[in-house]
Design a protein around this ligand. Structure first.
Ligand code: SAH
Length: 217
């Protein structure tokens, strides 16, 4: 009950107050138990207005950033969505509440397995997690109506845009290590439309088409 109260408070004070309007996104954020996606030692801080460490040098994103990126996908329920960077699995759960299928890739085996177990135990049956370097996307599982990249890329990977349906959207932070711009890239028959949404800070997307390993140390 206490966590439910904290979740409702999070939605009011962090999301609605900053302009998140999509009711289905707000409903998902009120529902998914974020405190189960962080380490027990951080459980009291799970609904705080910031990112939190999840081990392996990675983070679970700030609630507002999860809500904003999800809202930008404009999901209506029948979509196939790809996430790059499963991490804790929290963003994955939010997407699974709103789309018909979610594919997620994670390069760190330990995180992928933990997220897969947790999401399974929470009853999600529309999520598939693959352990791999995701900068090339997941061609066999596509095409996707939406792709969300939860790590910072030096540029927009062309391979990801190619795995979108026409009308599909890619949400991705692009920039350098300490500051990025969240970009919304829409694939149209005439090419891509790129919009800058807001400044943000994510952990780096590593590997081919991302940053070199060790670069962030
Ligand atoms: N969406 C996550 C946040 C993850 S942080 C959540 O809700 O908790 C970013 C994640 O991207 C990290 O777990 C990191 O290991 C992963 N990552 C970084 N580069 C990657 C790559 N090239 N392919 C797949 N995953 C990657």
């Amino acid at each position: 009950m206490e966590f439910e109260r904290l979740r409702n408070l999070m939605v009011e004070t962090q999301l609605i107050s900053r302009g998140i309007k999509d009711e289905s996104v707000l409903t998902a954020m009120r529902k998914v138990p974020r405190h189960l996606f962080v380490d027990d030692s951080l459980i009291e801080r799970a609904y705080d207005d910031n990112a939190l460490p999840i081990g392996e040098g990675q983070t679970i994103s700030q609630p507002y950033m999860v809500a904003l990126m999800t809202e930008l996908l404009e999901l209506r329920g029948d979509e196939n969505v790809l996430e790059i960077g499963t991490g804790s699995g929290y963003q994955c759960a939010i997407l699974a509440e709103l789309a018909s299928s979610v594919c997620s890739v994670e390069r760190v085996e330990k995180l992928a397995i933990r997220a897969r177990d947790l999401l399974g135990s929470l009853g999600y049956r529309n999520i598939e997690i693959k352990i791999t370097n995701g900068t090339y996307g997941w061609e066999e599982a596509g095409p996707f109506d939406g792709i969300i990249v939860t790590a910072a890329a030096p540029e927009i990977p062309k391979t990801l845009v190619e795995q979108l349906v026409i009308g599909g959207k890619l949400i991705i932070p692009v920039g350098d290590r300490w500051s990025q711009i969240l970009m919304k890239v829409t694939r149209t028959p005439e090419g891509v439309i790129t919009q800058s949404i807001t400044g943000c800070i994510f952990v780096p997307l590593l590997g081919d088409l991302g940053w070199k390993e060790g670069w962030h140390d």
